[in-house]
Design a protein around this ligand. Structure first.
Ligand SMILES: [Zn+2]
Length: 217
């Protein structure tokens, strides 16, 4: 009876930690829509989301310094022409500390990072497209545009910006169509793995619970 109770308690901790943990939302349909808007004419750019990778880096789940951003981007997975978008719990640094930051991308480059909850929210497509825009060579542009430095509900790209995008080495073509390859990278506190044996399950749950309590301290 005691064991069952402990397991139930641990299970609730596990659930709590999973609702806190980073998760992937690719927003592929929203991205395709943004990269095929009117300014792209009859040459839309298809956003192709590839296989996800999971990296175990507990210290990078909550990013507070530019050095941590550099460490994250230094782990690029795959070819240089493949964009990595990293999903973390929180990011509060991108050229300086600011708690309002919810995403950060190399300009230009092939890595960007976003907060999981914002990527999954109403501004998710806008956020991912904005950071991808930096990777493609776009700077900030104040106003009702995608590249406005704050999320504003607008996803407009000018003809000039589309021209910059087309010249990015990230844009692939077979002569007929154009696309950008993106692989999601999920940052996790520990490897997700199947657990079946009760003793192992309990240890796993307890250590997850410890991490959760430590993080909230
Ligand atoms: Zn930006």
């Amino acid at each position: 009876m005691k064991i069952i109770k402990t397991l139930a308690l641990s299970a609730s901790l596990l659930f709590a930690s999973f609702t806190q943990a980073a998760f992937i939302t690719t927003q592929e349909a929203a991205l395709d829509s943004i990269f095929s808007q009117t300014s792209f004419g009859n040459m839309p750019i298809d956003i192709r989301i590839g296989a996800a990778t999971e990296l175990v880096f507990p210290d990078l789940l909550d990013i507070t310094t530019d050095a941590e951003v550099s460490t994250l981007f230094g782990m690029h997975v795959g070819l240089p022409t493949v964009v990595n978008f990293y999903f973390v719990d929180t990011i509060d640094a991108c050229g300086g500390f600011n708690p309002a930051i919810v995403g950060c991308g190399e300009l230009p480059g092939n890595d960007f990072v976003v907060e999981s909850t914002f990527a999954a929210g109403a501004f998710g497509g806008e956020l991912l497209a904005h950071e991808l825009g930096h990777n493609l060579g776009l700077a900030h542009l104040n106003g009702n545009f995608l590249m406005n430095p704050f999320l504003n509900g607008f996803t407009d790209l000018s003809a000039g910006e589309v021209n910059i995008i087309r010249n990015s080495p990230l844009v692939q073509t077979d002569g007929q169509s154009f696309w950008i390859d993106i692989n999601p990278v999920l940052i996790v506190a520990r490897a997700t793995r199947p657990v079946s044996e009760p003793g192992v399950l309990l240890l796993f749950l307890l250590s997850v619970g410890f991490f959760w309590q430590k993080k909230r301290a």
